[in-house]
Design a protein around this ligand. Sequence first.
Ligand code: GLU
Length: 421
Amino acid sequence: MATTTTKEKINAYEAALHNFDAAADALELKSDTREMIKYPERVLMVSVPVRMDDGRIRRFEGYRVQHSSVRGPAKGGIRYHPNVTLDEVKALATWMTWKCAVVNIPFGGAKGGITCDPKHMSEGELERMTRRYTSAILPLIGPEQDIPAPDVYTNAQTMAWIMDTYSMTKGYPIPGVVTGKPVCLGGSLGRNEATGRGVFYTIQSACEHLHMALRGATVAVQGFGNAGSIAAQLLHEAGAKVIAVSDSTGCVYNEHGLDIPNLMHMKALTGHVEGFPEAEKISPAELLAMQCYVLIPAALESAIDGENATAVRARIVAEAANGPVTPDGDRILEAKGVFLIPDILCNAGGVTVSYFEWVQDEQHLFWEAQDVYNRLERVMRAAFRDVLKIHEESAAPMRIAANMLGIGRVAEAVQIRGIYP
Ligand code: GLU
């Protein structure tokens, strides 16, 4: 990919393809295999008309992309955000394929999204939009085909509406069509906090690898949604000092460490972190440039790019978000000696517990929370070890090493399956 110098030129899908090529080159993958696994298998674009609260009809654009079903049913979340585009959904679906393979769960990759502004929609409008979207993508989804889950600005309630719409159409309850559901509908204990918990386990592993104590380590978190807030909470409980946190409305800083449980409480009540007592207000640029041990980008794609990566002063960058560092950003962080925990490893805890949820739904037998945590920890630690081994043996950067692991597993599966017809 050409060197990008401005934010406008950065496209997440191009970044995904760029990293695919780098990993495929390092694996010396044959061109036939590349042709078969690089691009999405299926792309669906749908119109979603919704009766708004004012009585008028508004049309939203929705997508579902199935990137791969080579290793199992396609799997991935659904995002509601004003910036959703087909290319973004294709990138996110591609990353899901490699992510599921990195943690070695029997799923392919998918992603969905609706271009909308959920912060300015009522609960009723969101429900009607979700149900109509579900009906539009219904031929593609199902427990054996493609299993949606929460992503940015969707949650357990969204999954309950999808499960209900799908089940009513089929005529009987089918909880396994989605994961990240409420526990009372066949959701898994531990799924809500799974992404943040997985991020925590990979940071723990990275600290062990770097011979650095987590207790007392300073942390900055960009994004205080499901992944960022839970990771911050677990790090805080483990004795790390979370000194800076941001969300889409503002950033707060306290050099002695923020009281994370209180900050989460305030965020739940007010919807933002700004105005938190005993904290200074800082700018988003200051947060990324914070002198800290661990920086956790937990918001959207391309947060760290060729322009601002030079300012990063963290020892570890742990990607709780999908695609938060662009290829130009990667080159700069790599040259600075930053230890990167790449997204498809770092945030794979969410889809790993989604897999546990799907298994429990299929078996109609549910596990205790501690059982979920123990299994998740084993999976995350094994994936970290596998990626680190490739990184050390091949001298590939951590991102490329993770892609080599994921892409290598998908390539092996497609070679054995062969081509149909
Ligand atoms: N949206 C999450 C991710 O990006 C979870 C996907 C899932 O559980 O299927 O990994």
